[in-house]
Write a protein that binds this ligand. Structure first.
Ligand code: LRH
Ligand code: MN
Ligand code: MN
Length: 424
């Protein structure tokens, strides 16, 4: 489904006077407004294919209807988000959930929707129907060589499928680990995993990257073989220059200082990208910015400080992806909120007075340093983000237009009320 351009124009027209008032006030407060707008226009976030349907939990799932029934429909949904906010110009696929029978056609559908392919994800955390060996006791860490080989072959197949659609990165997240002390020899598990990752790495095309995603716990609750950024960094540095660490915000132990992790990985040239989401307890996969918006801002602050603007906006330098999905919201509305939260944090980070911050740090002026950061964080930049959207051809208020156009009702009419997107 697409929204007619004149509907977007009418919507923008109706909101224009109020927008102009807010924007004029804000631009009076900020230097280099146009530069900031250009940076926001260029910034694109990848949408996870698995978030387009209702996520659910292991206790139940309450699908809302109108979910995409095919990969084409998933791409169309991302195209619709992108039409509304002009900041969702990529999709991240998960294989085998998103295996394309006709990749040339899939590529064409993506091009029609103005969407490119972000990292492709492999899946050795579930057993698939007809699969020879089980991943019950892990995949690349497994004691049985045949299981490890099956996981290696799957990852190489994911690279092949990624090449066919025009992706240029593989994200490997392993659920490997153990549930009880004594179950696993940590060092052997690490060595076997490294051996497997090396074989996968060897299959990467020259221009590809491999993102090694870490996670503290779940589904294993005693140890996880790629359990934190140190372990991921060990793997990615042993593998070589095409391997990087991927930071999923929900994959840390409580209270971890994620912005510091980001700063150091960036400094070492080993930050591959993000799975943005938010959490209160664990890997909650909540809407980005819904629980800890200051943390999100502080992460963007490190990114803006550590990278030059050109790198941040160059879509292929880092994987900027969302990994959020759940049970109680319309998934498309939720994704609009997540992208908006990311844009707001990025805009706020661009407002930080770096000279003043640096001077305060040099003087050990702790109070001023905090004031500088909070001055930016407490600025309401929504009119700035909206101005960028307007300039790019999107809607001033994507969520309001989505509702006014009754998009979900239309999708339910087209696709049915009892749809079940493939994925989690
Ligand atoms: C694991 C994870 C990983 C998977 C996705 C479905 O918790 O974050 O990125 O691929 O969820
Ligand atoms: Mn993730
Ligand atoms: Mn996760």
């Amino acid at each position: 489904m697409r929204i007619a351009q004149h509907k977007i124009d009418d919507h923008n027209q109706a909101l224009m006077a109020a927008h102009q008032r807010a924007f004029q006030y804000l631009s009076g407060e900020i230097d280099h407004v146009q530069d900031i707008i250009q940076q926001l226009v260029a910034f694109q976030v990848g949408i996870p294919s698995w978030a387009l349907g209702t996520g659910g939990t292991r206790f139940g799932r309450f699908p809302g209807g109108g979910e995409p029934r095919s990969l084409e429909e998933k791409i169309e949904d991302v195209g619709l988000l992108h039409q509304l906010n002009q900041s969702s110009g990529a999709i991240s696929l998960h294989i085998p959930w998103d295996t394309a029978n006709n990749p040339a056609h899939i590529k064409a559908v993506a091009a029609q929707n103005g969407i490119r392919f972000d990292a492709v994800n492999s899946n050795t955390f579930q057993d698939q129907p007809g699969q020879t060996h089980s991943y019950k006791f892990g995949s690349l860490q497994h004691v049985d060589k045949a299981v490890r080989q099956q996981a290696i072959d799957h990852n190489i197949e994911v690279i092949r499928q990624g090449i066919a659609v025009g992706s240029d990165a593989l994200t490997v997240w392993l659920s490997d680990g153990s549930c009880f002390p004594g179950q696993l020899n940590f060092r052997q598990a690490f060595q076997r995993t490294l051996e497997g990752l090396r074989e996968i790495y060897a299959a990467l095309p020259d221009n590809w990257k491999m993102f090694v995603e870490y996670k503290a716990a779940e589904p294993n609750f005693y140890s996880t073989t790629v359990g934190d950024w140190g372990q991921s960094y060990l793997f990615s540095s042993k593998l070589g220059p095409k391997a990087y660490t991927l930071v999923d915000l929900g994959h840390h132990l409580p209270n971890a200082n994620i912005e510091q992790i980001v700063a150091l990985l960036l400094m070492e040239g080993k930050l591959g990208g993000f799975h943005f989401n938010d959490s209160k307890y664990g890997d909650d996969d909540l809407t980005v910015g819904s629980i800890k918006p200051y943390q999100l801002f502080l992460i963007f602050n490190e990114l803006v400080e550590g990278m030059d603007a050109r790198d941040m906006n160059h879509a292929t330098d880092l994987g900027w992806m969302i990994d959020a999905s759940h049970n109680v919201k319309d998934p498309l509305e939720d994704l609009l909120q997540s992208v908006e939260a990311i844009m707001i944090s990025y805009a706020q980070a661009l407002l930080v007075n770096r000279k003043k911050l640096l001077a305060a740090q040099e003087q050990n002026d702790v109070v001023t340093a905090q004031e500088v950061l909070q001055q930016a964080f407490r600025t309401d930049v929504r009119a700035l983000v909206a101005a960028a959207r307007l300039q790019a051809g999107g809607a001033l208020n994507p969520l309001a237009l989505y509702r006014a156009e009754k998009v979900r009702e239309e999708l339910i009419r087209e696709r049915g009320a009892k749809t079940m997107a493939t994925g989690l």
